[in-house]
Ligand binder design. Structure first.
Ligand code: GDP
Length: 490
């Protein structure tokens, strides 16, 4: 079995990563037996491949001097097949760090540079200092914030031979690397209160009476209307392998981009890549993964985990589908993640150049039928390969961003609401009169609208849907989810 060692200076996060990688069951039993200190290696599962993680915990003890760290690191590294050299992304690397890394590289083993503590987007800039190390196997992660771990796992997976795949599939769930909240992976189950129309209720019992908007500030924290924010759109290009995501990225960026690092002969794929378009900055999230494709691209769980990570850092998703082939369940699962993240969304039907002409309408209809949960997303047909209609997509991104970021005047909102209510009166509930007082938008990106009424739960779902449709008809909500919240006022 392959042996993995995590080495680096004290406090860079080695044991956090260690614990993250170790099988849950293994960690628990060892702790109960009180044998943690004696355990020299732990089993890990990287997806369904097993490996041994060497316990290099001793590295931190009494290691103040770099010479000592270096000596112990090399000692540990020699016992391993795969080396994760971990550094602190919040401090500037020293010459010593670089030298040790080069020395590790001469051992003829697989070495990755793991830059930890990249806890937010801003800190990604710190990675440039580490690109100087000149390796392609560089991973900016945050163990504490669970950011960008998937590319590292993919790299590890690649280094472990297929012969170490374990047969027992149940064990897969023992891996501690997946987000604790498994519900995030249940794509078909929609939360009842969010169903269909994005309408949800505040709990009547807990709800305080209120007469004006100030309550929203308390309960929902109005986001500041930030111009800069709106001019910067963070976009994920998602979809299964081979639908044309990388081709689309290249087409959108307008050129083949790669950043040449200052170390001779190495090219580095930046994590995020941006273009300016009509005064807006379009940033495509986590593009390194699209460009650096290993053998493992076909693994469904990785694809979903990676997508999930990307979406958490985005405002908008481009769901790429291959129009020349039948749609698959995986397409639906991936698209389902957009829905749960409440992102602006455009469905990109790629490879339109080779789609069957006779089936054009049928294909579009099938997208609408299969991706009902993305009913709000416009569909664009294009060819990433020939760049046909990619310029239209650029404009569509801006338009959808406007919709996603808009703030509708309360007066306009209520005009539409009143008109809708005049046309169809609110039905009563078990003889009780249901009243809607007014509606107001209390958040943007995506828009959230509160419908203030006497009995929030008394709003029949057919009427909810009716109102939602009327509001969608009246305002430009194409491409954006809109959340409606029924709020109580006594
Ligand atoms: P990814 O795995 O989603 O990143 O897909 P790629 O961008 O690597 O594309 C997969 C294959 O589809 C490549 O051979 C591309 O040349 C091809 N491809 C991508 N877009 C189009 C398109 O619009 N039309 C045609 N005919 N082929 C395309």
């Amino acid at each position: 079995m392959k042996k993995i060692a995590i080495i680096g200076r004290p406090n860079v996060g080695k044991s956090s990563l260690f614990n993250r990688l170790v099988k849950k069951r293994d960690a628990i039993t060892s702790d109960i037996a009180g044998t943690t200190r004696d355990v020299k290696r732990r089993d890990v599962l990287i997806m369904n491949k097993q490996a041994l993680l060497l316990d290099t915990g001793g590295l931190d003890q009494g290691c103040e001097l770099f010479d000592k760290i270096k000596e112990k690191s090399l000692e540990a590294a020699k016992k391993a097949d795969i080396i994760l050299y971990m550094v602190d992304g919040k401090s500037i690397p020293e010459e010593d760090d670089k030298k040790l890394f080069y020395e590790l590289q001469t051992l003829g083993k697989d070495v990755a540079l793991v830059v930890n503590k990249i806890d937010n987007d801003k800190l990604k800039d710190n990675l440039w200092d580490f690109y100087e190390f000149g390796t392609d196997a560089i991973f900016g992660i945050s163990v504490a914030h669970n950011r960008s771990i998937v590319p590292l796992l993919e790299w590890l997976y690649d280094k472990i031979p297929d012969s170490d795949i374990i047969k027992d599939e149940e064990d897969e769930d023992d891996v501690n690397i997946v987000d604790e909240d498994e519900s995030e992976f249940e794509f078909d189950e929609h939360n009842e209160e969010d169903e269909d129309d994005g309408f949800f209720y505040t709990d009547e019992e807990e709800e305080e009476d209120f007469a004006d908007d100030s309550i929203f500030a308390q309960n929902d924290k109005i986001k500041e209307f930030d111009e800069n924010d709106i001019n910067h759109i963070k976009i994920s290009i998602i979809g299964r392998t081979n639908v044309g995501k990388s081709s689309l990225l290249n087409a959108l960026l307008g050129e083949e981009r790669s950043v040449v690092s200052s170390v001779a002969g190495t090219t580095i794929d930046p994590i995020d890549e941006s273009v300016d378009y009509k005064g807006k900055q379009l940033t495509f999230v986590d593009t390194a993964g699209l460009r650096r494709r290993g053998k493992i691209v076909g693994i469904e769980k990785f694809a979903l985990m990676r997508t999930k990570e990307m979406l958490e850092n985005s405002n908008m998703a481009l769901v790429v589908l291959d129009a020349s082939e039948p749609f698959l369940d995986l397409d639906e699962k991936i698209a389902g993640l957009v829905d749960s993240n409440r992102l602006a969304c455009i469905i990109v039907l790629n490879k339109w150049d080779i789609a069957s002409r006779d089936d054009y309408d049928k294909i579009i209809q099938e997208v609408r039928d299969r991706f009902k949960f993305l009913a709000y997303a416009p569909i664009i047909t294009l060819s990433a390969k020939s760049h046909k209609r990619v310029d239209k997509l650029h404009d569509m991104i801006l338009e959808i961003n406007e919709n996603y970021s808009q703030r509708i005047k309360t007066s306009e909102l209520n005009e539409v609401l009143e008109k809708a209510m005049r046309k169809h009166h609110l039905p009563s509930m078990h003889g009780q009169i249901i009243k809607i007082y007014y509606a107001t938008q209390y958040e943007t990106r995506p828009p959230k609208i509160a419908i203030v009424m006497n009995k929030p739960r008394g709003l029949h779902f057919t009427y909810r849907r009716y109102l939602t449709n009327k509001l969608r008809e009246a305002f430009s909500f194409s491409g954006t989810p809109v959340l409606f919240k029924a709020k109580k006022r006594g």
